[in-house]
Design a protein around this ligand. Sequence first.
Ligand code: CAA
Length: 257
Amino acid sequence: MSYETILVERHDAVTLIQLNRPQALNALNSQLLGELIDAFAAFDADPAQRAAVLTGSEKAFAAGADIKEMQERGFADMYGSNMFAGWERVTATRKPWLAAVAGFALGGGCELAMMADFILAGDNAKFGQPEVKLGIAPGMGGSQRLTRAVGKAKAMEMCLTGRFMDAAEAERAGLVSRIIPTTDLVGEALKTAALIASMPPLAAIANKEMVNAAFETGLAQGILFERRLFHGLAATEDKAEGMAAFVEKRPGVWKGR
Ligand code: CAA
């Protein structure tokens, strides 16, 4: 499939996906959603690809869902088409991917960044859920993911006032894993993704599934899920190779099985 709203590049085992609607600060319209779903599915299906980076521009990761598109759509249309349910196909991506966020990540842009396994922030990043100012509310998971990430007080304040959080506050609050100078952001994100891509692939997916389970289950269930996956990894050739490589003081060579 050829894309008009995103750019996709392969950097060895890392897929770089860049949102590319600069005229609209990468606002997320339905065409872009369709193209992102396709790009993530292609990434997940390609055995040569092991990690991905999603980024925008230096000015904007994404300034939200496309307000001009939403302006025309009423309740019956949104409810009938289950608007935004397609984002669940992006979060269904099994392989690890991270968001490299510079500039504005607002509304759906913040929500999309929070769908990533983790966020690296440029030092100019600004996160916000300003939907209330438009007479609406988050619709792509923001009220849930932001609250889980930064706690009720900050999430509630941001949703009720539309206040933006800068990169330093986002790091303090646990929304982002690290801050990088914006000019180095994509390079550092690619390096981080390459490091993830160098890990045994089944173990990487299992680690992702375990951490995600912490958001979706109770503690006892999550710990049992973790333990069973841990037991399951013992059946992989990569586990035998990883431990042999450690003992023999050499790098492991992974088979992905
Ligand atoms: N949708 C559609 N177009 C958008 C957009 C959006 N979310 N955000 C910016 N644009 C467009 C602007 O309309 C403008 O286009 P024109 O030149 O054709 O007028 C262009 O991008 C550049 O934007 P600005 O001139 O506004 O740039 P700025 O630097 O002055 O301001 C900004 C930047 C503060 C991010 C401002 O653009 C802004 O407030 N954008 C809207 C942010 C927002 O409310 N996001 C939430 C959307 S609702 C949502 O996301 C729902 C959900 O939960 C899924």
